[in-house]
Design a protein. Structure first.
Ligand SMILES: N[C@@H](CCC(=O)N[C@@H](CS)C(=O)NCC(=O)O)C(=O)O
Length: 203
């Protein structure tokens, strides 16, 4: 399998952590692919017209788009160890993944807004990002006990990855302040070998 990959992308990181946790990482050939909102990349677009990473291409040419779908694919071929196959726990896990992904989307958009020159930033957007990011972090704090109790799976991978991205790009957010349970859970999560091996870097 070929994966459009970058060491900077938190969405790619989700996939790489899942692949390591499922012990299928050796089956993935990573291709360094640069994806930015302002510069469509023809090499990615040959497989995914959205020019987004991660994009997975199977050996038969089938293209799998979006980190959630790629993780679901890897998990299905490995016996549903990260995403419950059925039952209420499936919807809880997938909703927590969606919360983590949505949080990441907010951070990516917020970063793109706040790296503009001050006179080009939209204050209402930045204010709204701040409100939503804070509320989502508060929700994660209430979920921390359940994340710690397990079972380990896609909810922990996505929320943990998103928090590590906040550490990487939003130093000033200080998300641990007032959220002791989340900070403690993330500390343990960040020590997993799959996390250590996939540390985000600006290359
Ligand atoms: N929902 C997608 C989001 C992927 C995403 O936004 N990836 C970023 C890199 S971190 C990207 O490709 N950005 C390029 C663009 O938006 O054009 C997923 O979960 O895979």
């Amino acid at each position: 399998m070929k994966l459009h990959w970058s060491p900077r992308s938190p969405f790619v990181r989700k996939v790489m952590i899942a692949a390591r946790e499922l012990a299928v990482v050796d089956r993935i050939r990573t291709i360094r692919s640069v994806a930015t909102m302002t510069q469509p990349n023809p090499a990615i677009m040959a497989d995914n017209p959205l020019s987004k990473i991660p994009t997975l291409v199977l050996d038969d040419g089938t293209v799998i788009v979006d980190s959630a779908v790629i993780v679901e694919y890897l998990d299905a071929m490995s016996g549903n160890r990260l995403i419950p196959a059925a039952g209420p726990e499936r919807w809880v896990a997938l909703s927590r993944q969606a919360l983590g992904d949505g949080f990441l989307d907010l951070l990516v958009l917020w970063r793109s807004e706040r790296t503009k020159p001050a006179d080009k930033q939209t204050a209402a957007l930045c204010d709204a990002f701040q409100v939503k990011v804070t509320a989502t972090l508060d929700r994660f704090e209430t979920l921390a006990g359940e994340l710690a109790a397990g079972p380990f799976g896609i909810a922990q991978i996505t929320i943990g990855c998103a928090l590590s991205y906040a550490d990487f790009r939003f130093d000033d957010l200080q998300w641990r302040d007032g959220r002791p349970a989340l900070a403690a859970w993330h500390g343990e999560f960040a020590a997993r070998p799959s996390m250590v091996a996939t540390e985000i870097v600006d290359d």
